[in-house]
Design a binder for this molecule. Structure first.
Ligand code: GLN
Ligand code: ZN
Length: 768
């Protein structure tokens, strides 16, 4: 190493939210994309955000050199790393904004790169596509500038890159290429070595390389293969003479074979995820780390503070774990990008609850307190003790009635009676035609509705006026569907700002934040609700809307619910009970809603579970038990539905091959599922086990393009090769919320015509 080795800081974090406390980056990005600000203004906004962040992190206690990670990215960290090491993009010395945003968002010449979930979080990264001919040209200019910009403000920050093994493990083969991305590891490592040399020349003493690929069971390579790749890559990287010291991180779970490999190659510092959640899944991890990592060669960094939840940590317990590692440093388990900035931005939270939370800034306080110890940080420990105690004792956390009710539920898997075949027979009474047409629930959210919602929130519209606006919208959505000749109608969901937040606001046991934004992807942020305690339903949540819509039509209107798994997947969950406990509670709360809908005369009810795939554990061995409780919670919702009530479910956002048995296990009567983008690929996975009726989406709602009658008829015919006529439904891929009315109307009209054409060819009647 060229530079004088400096020791690793005692306290650090894996990463920090990038969007800014006031969503500054989001606003700058969107203004730039819309052409409202020029490049210079954009870059200066991003620059201010970065330097403000560094200053804040220093104030919060990350005041040693290299304690602050420069994990900044305009759009996504995988994309920026990939550009820096030349895995994607061109080869001009400096990465341009235009180039970066074209890859992320597409332009008139090219479609955007795909986006997918980053491990088991709600963050989505850009999937690099590796072409056979792609030369990996190192382009360190931007990352070097980051270091210099920080230095000019007096900060020695730690540049951040996703490591080469993880970049390739998460990449896909470009179309028309033959090579698997991971086969190119040697070449890519050369490029990292160049980037590291440039950082060393710029005087950087520590660089962070994140290798979370080692904590997951991935389809492209098993654990042992990943470990072998890590060993090969880091043997080379660490052998390079001109480089900063390497801080290698393994967030999002426990490393197995990878831990041995990394201990063996011995980077100067190694981070392990020792959060309570990770230890719960791998109880031996602390011991393995202790016995495997040679701390004479490698500075161990204990990722004790949980970066994935919003709860104040039990500092005393964490400190006890920490003391098992002599001379270790403290960090967070994962980047804090997954939590909001600060609890201080939530003045309206109930005070007792606010004290239980710890967002990014507060978690930094925990890291610092853990490193300092209970003598030097006595106040922080006392505060943590209080939070742990009051939370455990609170009636907000424990509701005896809820506990009694779920305790009385049957154990193990539950089963709706009678079985599907008999229900299908009973549901003939619904009088639906062959190849019934429907939509997934939401209709375009017009600017009028958004304005009404904002006016209502601001107090400029009374509750009555607001409801009146929404009813008008429902009436027009019903009228439109009648006009288009759809068979099963929806009310359009105008009252829902978000399919999870809507229910979280109406259920007891949740709190919602005002400024708790976290980045979902690019400039998109969500504000996940927080499950603080036992969940129950004080009163009906959707019945009035369904009833009103149904009163306007002779056709069936579907009731519309969000399922327990999706509610949990898009919320911050409890850490004091297993997720299955909350899932059961939400399951029975929604079962009451089903009953109320039935009583209101609603005979078709959809329970959306688009996120079923999202919570799938990273390790295969943990998946069956997850799927078991997830499926159970869904089944609880429909358990007591009448045989004549047709239960629908809807799934989207991912490949379903891995969980197709669980989807079948939901035992819904009708399953609608995203399929158009993959041209019905999923139908290959449909087999005898999948008995329900099924509606594979026949048009992609993510694009404003209006699909033709011919192409949708083609997809219906393709589906009929796998699904018999009596079981096939015709619908779009997902809700229409993000679309405009004009395209929606034309697309749905074409969809109904496509169905009519296929039916006419088959000589089946579509009149009910
Ligand atoms: N019913 C919801 C809608 O139509 C489903 C959304 C989803 O699957 N993401 O908007
Ligand atoms: Zn969907």
């Amino acid at each position: 190493m060229t530079n004088q080795p400096t020791s690793f800081p005692k306290a650090t974090i894996e990463g920090y939210p990038r969007v800014g406390p006031q969503r500054e980056l989001k606003k700058a990005l969107e203004a730039f994309w819309a052409g409202k600000i020029d490049q210079e203004t954009f870059e200066s906004a991003a620059h201010s955000l970065r330097v403000d962040t560094y200053a804040r992190l220093k104030d919060l206690g990350l005041n040693e050199d290299y304690a602050i990670p420069a994990d900044v990215a305009y759009y996504d960290q995988v994309l920026e790393t990939s550009l820096t090491v030349g895995a994607v993009g061109g080869d001009a010395a400096e990465v341009s904004l235009e180039e970066e945003f074209a890859l992320a968002r597409g332009n008139s010449e090219r479609a955007p790169l795909e986006m997918t979930k980053w491990f088991d979080t709600n963050y989505h990264y850009i999937v690099p596509e590796i072409a056979d001919g792609q030369k990996f040209v190192a382009r360190p200019q931007r990352i070097v500038k980051l270091v210099e910009e920080a230095r000019a403000q007096g900060h020695a920050v730690r540049p951040y890159l996703v490591g080469p093994v993880t970049v390739l493990a998460l990449s896909k083969q470009a179309e028309g290429s033959n090579g698997q991305p991971l086969e190119r590891l040697d070449e890519l490592v050369e490029s990292y070595i160049h980037v590291l040399a440039a950082l060393a020349d710029a005087g950087v003493a520590w660089v962070q390389l994140a290798e979370p690929a080692t904590v997951a069971d991935l389809a492209v390579a098993d654990d042992t293969q990943i470990a072998a790749h890590l060993e090969a890559a880091y043997t080379k990287i660490l052998a390079a003479e001109n480089r900063p010291q390497v801080y290698l991180t393994t967030p999002y779970g426990s490393a197995r074979a990878g831990l041995d490999a990394l201990a063996k190659v011995a980077p100067e510092a190694l981070h392990v995820d020792l959060s309570v959640g990770t230890q719960a899944l791998d109880s031996d991890y602390v011991n393995r780390v202790k016995n495997t990592v040679d701390t004479a060669k490698t500075q161990l960094v204990a990722g004790l503070v949980d970066g994935r939840n919003v709860w104040a940590g039990n500092l005393r317990a964490l400190r006890e774990t920490f003391e098992q590692f002599d001379g270790a440093s403290v960090s967070t388990s994962v980047s804090l990008q997954h939590v909001p900035h600060t609890v201080e931005a939530e003045p309206n939270l109930p005070v007792d609850v606010a004290a239980w939370f710890s967002f990014a800034n507060e978690k930094i306080g925990e890291v610092v307190a853990l490193a300092a110890g209970p003598l030097d940080a006595a106040e922080a420990y006392a505060r943590a003790d209080r939070a742990v105690r009051t939370r455990a004792e609170s009636t907000r956390t424990h509701n005896q009635q809820v506990a009694d009710r779920t305790a009385a539920l049957p154990k193990g898997q539950v089963q709706r009676e009678p079985a599907f075949a008999e229900r299908q027979e009973a549901q003939k009474a619904l009088g639906l035609p062959a190849l019934p047409t429907t939509t997934i629930g939401s209709f375009p959210q017009t600017s009028d509705i958004r304005k009404a919602r904002a006016d209502h929130r601001a107090g400029n519209l009374t509750d009555e006026q607001y409801v009146e606006e929404l009813r008008k919208e429902v009436a027009s959505v019903i009228e439109l569907q009648e006009r288009l000749g759809l068979d099963v109608l929806v009310h359009g969901e105008p009252e829902r700002n978000d399919m999870v937040q809507y229910f979280a606001e109406l259920l007891d046991g949740f709190v919602v934040t005002e400024n708790g934004w976290v980045q979902s992807y690019g400039s998109r942020c969500t504000r996940p609700p927080i499950v603080v305690g036992d969940v129950s339903r004080p009163k009906a949540m959707t019945v009035e809307w369904a009833k009103y819509a149904q009163s306007l039509s002779q056709k069936h209107v579907k009731g519309m619910l969000t399922g327990p798994v999706t509610i949990l997947a898009w919320s911050f969950v409890r850490d004091d009970v297993h997720q299955s406990v909350s899932a059961d509670q939400i399951g029975v709360a929604l079962a009451d809603e089903v009953k109320d809908l039935e009583e209101a005369g609603i005979e078709i009810i959809q329970i959306d579970e688009p996120a079923l795939r999202e919570l799938l554990p990273l390790r295969e061995e943990d998946r069956p038990s997850y799927l078991d409780w997830a499926v159970r919670s869904f089944r609880l919702v429909s358990l007591d539905a009448a045989p004549t009530t047709q239960i629908h479910t809807h799934l989207c956002y991912s490949e379903f091959g891995q969980i197709i048995d669980a989807v079948a296990g939901l035992d819904a009567d009708v399953t609608s599922i995203e399929a158009a983008r993959s041209r019905m690929e999923l139908l290959q996975d449909i087999d005898e086990k999948f008995h329900s009726e099924i509606g594979p989406g026949i048009y992609d709602i993510h694009s404003p393009r209006i699909p033709s009658v011919a192409e949708m008829a083609e997809l219906i015919r393709a589906a009929l090769k796998h699904v018999p006529l009596e079981r096939l439904w015709v619908n779009p891929d997902c809700g229409l919320k993000t679309r405009g009315y004009e395209e929606t109307e034309q697309s749905l009209r074409n969809m109904v015509l496509a169905r009519d054409e296929v039916a006419a060819n088959l000589k089946v009647s579509v009149n009910a």
